[in-house]
Write a protein that binds this ligand. Structure first.
Ligand code: GLV
Ligand code: MN
Ligand code: MN
Length: 419
């Protein structure tokens, strides 16, 4: 591996550790707990810190109206479409310190490493830090890349509300990002290539003892919100035969989702009800209204839709039997993405040259790359993570694997920028 571009591993790991301190998560005894919700104080501090690192390197910086950050190393032919890399630094509640951050700080280090070699890139190289890859605050993931790729209507985006019913328009303006969201969109030829480094978030690389994954496709996610309304009242006085308990109906709906996702028999079908808001949420009150958020994904969107149809049939049955209303709202239903065969080939060639074992694989997690694929040829580099764990404080990627992923990223950026 001696020919791979050298990186400053110590500095990169220190930066990952520093970023992990920008959180208010309750500490965990099994790892580093990180919560960094979009436009929270921690998110804003992380943005300022990242920009300082980029300025120190002499890179140019720009933000767009939704707060996506672009860190640019101008090429010798700056008018050519740039080559871009990046990921996100927001983190879901009580998550770990590597999801997204490895792609942002690894991307920055890859650019610095290329600069240290004396390279003068032909195409500009851009590092992008996307706003709200995680859906925590506004209920939909990949806000920044959806807007950038023209996948999400700007007016709809600005009306998305957080738990306090503050719309994105107000929240982003307060965070210092003004201007029309329509201006975030980039044309299809804006980037020559897009490549994202990320932890696998699954167990396969570690299990097979392979240090590097090359993503060939990204599974298709969808999100739905179900509002179930029944009839509430006093937990002591409301007689059992008279009840229309919304939470009991919700429980059946959750189990219906699990049953039909399992029934496809496909390992690629996954469905999760991850939130359940109960109104009024008092121990001595029969739940009158429940809101569930469903996350369902598949490599095959038709199979994903078939699961939803089966769930809808069960909803009809629940409405009849339990005398509740159930309103289904679509949050997003996305198509899968394919990587660029050319970039995949470049990555395979780098691995072959350097004697690095690699595996072509599907990403079951979604990433901003899913949306960047609509405006640029994409690929992703995966590195192993311990026990396949992610979105938890015990998420862990080894320094060796982080360094290798970053070096391969630097190498492929060097190739792409010269093309
Ligand atoms: C991204 O965080 C995902 O949920 O896949
Ligand atoms: Mn994540
Ligand atoms: Mn991520």
């Amino acid at each position: 591996m001696s020919n791979l571009i050298a990186i400053d591993e110590t500095r990169l790991l220190n930066e990952l550790n520093t970023l992990a301190t920008l959180t208010h998560a309750e500490p965990a005894d099994n790892g580093t707990a990180v919560t960094r919700i979009v436009f929270s104080d921690d998110d804003l501090r992380a943005r300022t810190w990242l920009k300082e690192l980029a300025v120190a390197e002499g890179f140019e910086i720009r933000d767009d109206a939704v707060g996506n950050i672009f860190i640019r190393w101008a090429g010798t032919e700056p008018d050519l479409p740039a080559v871009a890399t990046g990921s996100h630094t927001d983190a879901i509640p009580h998550a770990g310190m590597y999801d997204g951050t490895v792609g942002v700080l690894g991307g920055l280090e890859a650019m610095r490493a290329l600069k240290r070699t004396g390279l003068r890139p032909r195409r500009s190289i851009e590092l992008v830090m996307f706003t709200s890859e995680e859906p925590t605050r506004f209920g939909i993931g990949c806000l920044g890349s959806r807007l950038m790729s023209g996948t999400l209507d700007p007016a709809r985006a600005d009306n998305l509300q957080d738990k306090d019913e503050s719309p994105l328009s107000a929240v982003r303006t307060a965070a210092g990002f003004a201007g029309p969201l329509a201006s975030v969109r980039l044309p299809a030829n804006h980037y020559r290539a897009w490549i994202e480094l990320h932890i696998e978030q699954g167990p396969l690389l570690e299990r097979e003892g392979i240090p590097l994954g090359i993503v060939t496709s990204i599974a298709a996610p969808a999100g739905y919100r179900f509002t179930i309304t029944g009839f509430g009242g006093h937990a002591g006085a409301l007689l059992m035969p008279d009840r229309k308990d919304a939470l009991c109906a919700a429980a059946e709906l959750i189990l219906s989702v699990e049953k039909h996702a399992l029934a496809t028999g496909a390992i690629d079908t996954v469905a999760t009800v991850g939130t359940c808001d109960v109104h009024p949420g008092a121990v001595n009150s029969v739940p009158s209204r429940v809101v569930l958020q469903l996350d369902i994904r598949d490599t095959n969107p038709e199979r994903r839709e078939a699961v939803m149809q089966a769930v809808r049939r069960d909803c009809d049955d629940l409405r009849q039997r339990r005398k509740v209303t159930i309103v289904e709202e679509l949050v997003n239903a996305d198509a899968p993405a394919q990587s660029s065969p050319h970039t995949v080939q470049l990555l395979e060639a780098i691995c072959a040259e350097q004697g690095i074992a690699c595996k072509k694989m599907v990403s079951r997690a979604y990433h901003d790359s899913l949306f960047m694929a609509r405006i640029a040829p994409i690929a992703m580099i995966f590195i192993p993570c311990r026990n396949g764990v992610s979105h938890r404080p015990d998420e862990y990627a080894s320094p060796t694997d982080i360094a290798l992923g970053t070096r391969v990223l630097a190498q492929v950026l060097a190739k792409l920028t010269s093309e």
